[in-house]
Design a protein around this ligand. Sequence first.
Ligand code: ARG
Length: 689
Amino acid sequence: MRILVCPPKYFGVDYVINPWMEGQIGRVDRSLAHAQWQALVDGFAATASVEEIEPRDGSPDMCFTANAGLTAFDRVIPARFRMPERAGEEEPFTNWFARNGFDVIKLPGEDPFEGEGDALFQPGEPLLWAGYGVRSALETHSILGQAFGTEVVSLRLVDPRFYHLDTCFAPLPGGRLLYYPAAFDERSQRAIEQRIPANKRIAVSDEDATGFACNVMRLGEKLFLNQASPTLQRDLARWDFETIICPVSEFLKAGGGVKCLSMILDQANFARISPAPESPIRSTELEVKGHLLDTGGLNRALDIITEAGGSFRIATLSLAERKDQESRAQLHVVAPSMEGLEEIVSELTSVGAQSLEREMLANLEAVTQDGVAPHHFYSTTIYPTEVHLDSGWCEVEKQRMDAVIVVDDDSDPVARCVLFRELEVGQHVVCRTDGVRVRYPEHHSVGEFSFMNASVSSERRVEASVKSIACEMRRIRERDGKIVVVAGPVVVHTGGAKHLSSLIDGGFVQALLTGNALPVHDIEFDLFGTSLGIDLSRGKPVHEGHRNHLMAINRVRAEGGIREAVESGMIRSGIMHSCVTQNVRFVLAGSIRDDGPLPDTLMDLEKAQAAYAEAIEGADMILMLSSMLHSIGTGNMTPAGVHLICVDISPATVTKLADRGSLESTGIVTDVGLFLNLLAASLSGDDGR
Ligand code: ARG
């Protein structure tokens, strides 16, 4: 074995480029460092041939030769350091390789790669483990596989203390591995587990990891390292390795251990794959634009990329100088695999990024089983979406979230959102995210009340919100717009029925979406003055009152339905009475807990969902009054651009509606009866103004 080392003549901690160096500037004991280094090199020399490179003044980290590059089969890919502090080492290292007969392969581009520090061969196998995320760029990994004829597995480092792969990962012969799992992201941990079975992996303790126990130089069966706990030594002995502790405390102050101080020059113990396997790394170009700085949009986009295991380069960035201008950034996004890239792109497109690979058309795959989408279906959002077809960009109709896009490919193609259950064999569904673009709104003119200040709790704030809502409702009525009310039975229990009824009579409601309970209690109140047996005027239960709602149901059933009961004069007032007399459409969606039900209640939920969806078409505003189930159901089918107002006594319900990611929502935490009272008063001009 040939090893390259560099005497620590100019070694010291002169700057901080990793967490270990913090607080260590000027604290290295030079003579101790030298003694430790000499002892280590003497240890190597007993079994290996050690070659020395002349140190360079001004490059205090040059003794860490592992970072010089990556060699195998007399080829070398010299490092390109991420940190400018170490850039001065590149030239002397490259010259040394050229002078010593290596075939020097220069890395294209500008992406950093810090040599063996971030790339380790699995002994005896055409498998290279490569680290990224801190120092080396993912982009460089595809070249490594090509150059050395190996498969490359990219591992993302997530702990700044373990900034190089060799600080937390040591592949050993026999398909074995010593490593510190917490240094890697989830996906990388899975990738490791897939290739190395559990009985061939040793996960080191925190103490061994921070003592640089994974930073191992192996010569035959001898493992040279800075530290190994008795447990670790025992485990390694079971695998027939001899641990040789070589303390390098002075070098630890710079964040380097035994392996960092040595580079292997003659790795050639595996059969190269020819032709070299294709790299799984994929990249694409995307553009994000809008108020990237003031809304933090750029940060969000970049976080999405990194958290999903990708990396990026900002290719161009043009920044807005004023508030009314847009910023734009073109991003070069790289991911360790096609699936990884798709995940990133789909998350980015859902926050409004657009693919710059414009020529990409939407992938259409045929449905092969009724009611089942092709595996890679694109799932929709509430935002306006277009798909790129042969004929050009086509706006998607019936936009809603959690659906798929079906393209009816006639001469004049139509794209629309469709639910799984509506899919038919032979229809074409948009798959993956190519050729899909989403218009994501950034600013909305919903006045001062967006979800951010949703937890309106003080009376004064409720009053202010109500006035503003009333004003919007008047404007909608003036232009013959559409207001939909989704309501739960609490509206009746809290005495809100007469107010909702007056809203309907006033022409402020174009559709009512609810379940079985609201009409039952509304009608019960009309017939008996009680709501679920409670006398609403006195707030007390009445004798035998629990039968009242059943009697109401029974009487409507006898009439044949709500409309019939109103027309026959049985129902004389209330919410349902107003709906019938004002010809306001109502849809009653049933549930498992319904008594009766009323003849009008749709117990077939697929039919009920379809009827709800039809009823909200073209809505300008949806008032959601104390009904979590029906409100969320409605929210799920509502496209962006509709002002949702959610009123509930429970803040959790109000917040839940914000989860659909809509910015056009107003949340009001208050008693719904009180809210309706204020709203009705405000709309009738009787609000004290
Ligand atoms: N101070 C050096 C740096 O931060 C230490 C390099 C350690 N080398 C290694 N292969 N882990 O770059």
